[in-house]
Design a protein around this ligand. Structure first.
Ligand code: HEC
Length: 317
């Protein structure tokens, strides 16, 4: 038995989502048995669906192994012990472990005022490590920024500077450096190999985005509204010169109402449009038999527009 066949045989015994089979096989090729075993365990460990599009499957598997089984990042980077596990899935209560995907690596666990819980100092709150809409780990961090942060502990978001005067609940007093992340075990993690840190980054880029977290903007997960005009009816032959256009299949993800504007491009026979600002205007084809083209422009509440056209083949006169 060669070393490659061992983990693949093991896969058959566990319930791994189908889409991971090929990623896992790819990830394990040409690696030593120990690394292969870590990758397999990594994929088993992930408590959330992973988006592997454009990701290195080897690094994602290794990163999951480190994040979930070694670093236990979620212990601090979930919202706190009461919601870290789903109800009935808390291993400390003797239950079979089931990590809560809703809070998984989303941060917001409050470690209290630092350095003295009774003093007028800022609370140290774990950060949201999930990717944002850019698809990059920890709210859009670049790989080199992430590696530097893990190695040096420098807080890129500068959430709690060192006090220059009296403490004011926003700054951290000397001798602590407010420029550095506190509580976060970067002095240990920072000694990992480049590949290990890159793996963590790759895994954190593949997990689902969660909203919220200190210093995070609203709607960090949301791509800008996507608005699509759909002009209808499509591929229609008309025998009457009266008909109704239909733009009601147009969509927007932005919420809010769409506005409609129908028009007739130059070169198309004339037609009367009644209700050119509505989703379903009535038209009267006025130029005899032929091809009539209508343009629909829809605009969403943020001002994004999209255009579509439809052509009607009028068989009348
Ligand atoms: C002991 C608790 C603890 C553990 C374990 C922990 N962290 Fe943290 N981490 C924190 C806290 C708290 C902060 C914010 C510190 C501050 O504000 O000074 C933080 C901040 C970070 C940041 C900065 C994020 C940003 O947006 O600037 C990153 C990245 C990070 N942690 C990654 C990790 C990774 C990866 C692991 C596991 C390998 C991990 N942490 C494990 C407590 C922890």
């Amino acid at each position: 038995m060669n070393s490659f066949s061992i983990p693949l045989a093991a896969i058959a015994k566990i319930a791994l989502p189908v889409f991971l089979f090929s990623a896992l096989a790819t990830a394990q090729q040409g690696l030593d048995a120990e690394t292969q075993a870590k990758i397999l365990k990594g994929y088993q460990a992930a408590p959330v669906p992973l988006n592997l599009t454009g990701r290195d499957a080897t690094l994602v598997g290794l990163g999951s192994y480190i994040v979930n089984y070694v670093g236990e990042c979620n212990g601090c980077h979930s919202a706190g012990p009461p919601t870290e596990y789903v109800v009935g899935g808390n291993p400390f209560l003797g239950q079979k472990i089931k990590v809560n995907p809703v809070t998984y690596l989303g941060g917001t666990r409050d470690f209290g005022a630092f350095p003295d819980p009774a003093g007028p100092f800022p609370h140290i709150v774990s950060r949201n490590l999930t990717p944002d809409k850019t698809g990059r780990a920890a709210g859009g961090m670049k790989l080199d920024e992430f590696v530097t942060l893990m190695r040096t502990g420098v807080d890129l978001d500068k959430l709690h500077p060192t006090c220059k005067g009296a403490p004011d609940t926003k700054c951290i007093p000397a001798p602590f450096s407010g420029e550095l992340l506190q509580i976060m075990p970067w002095p240990a993690y920072g000694n990992m190999t480049d590949r290990d840190l890159q793996s963590i980054y790759e895994y954190l880029s593949a997990i689902p985005c969660i909203e919220g977290g200190p210093g995070e903007p609203a709607n960090r997960c949301v791509l800008g509204p996507k608005t699509t005009a759909v002009a209808g009816p499509k591929n229609t032959t008309a025998f009457s010169k009266w008909l109704q256009l239909d733009g009601s299949q147009s969509t927007t993800t932005g919420g809010g109402a769409l506005t409609y504007q129908w028009s007739i491009p130059a070169g198309s026979p004339t037609a009367g449009i009644s209700g050119a600002n509505s989703a379903k205007p009535n038209v009267q084809l006025g130029g005899g038999g032929g091809l009539y083209t209508f343009l629909l422009t829809v605009t969403d509440s943020s001002g994004n527009t999209s255009m579509d056209s439809t052509t009607i083949n009028y068989q009348g006169n």
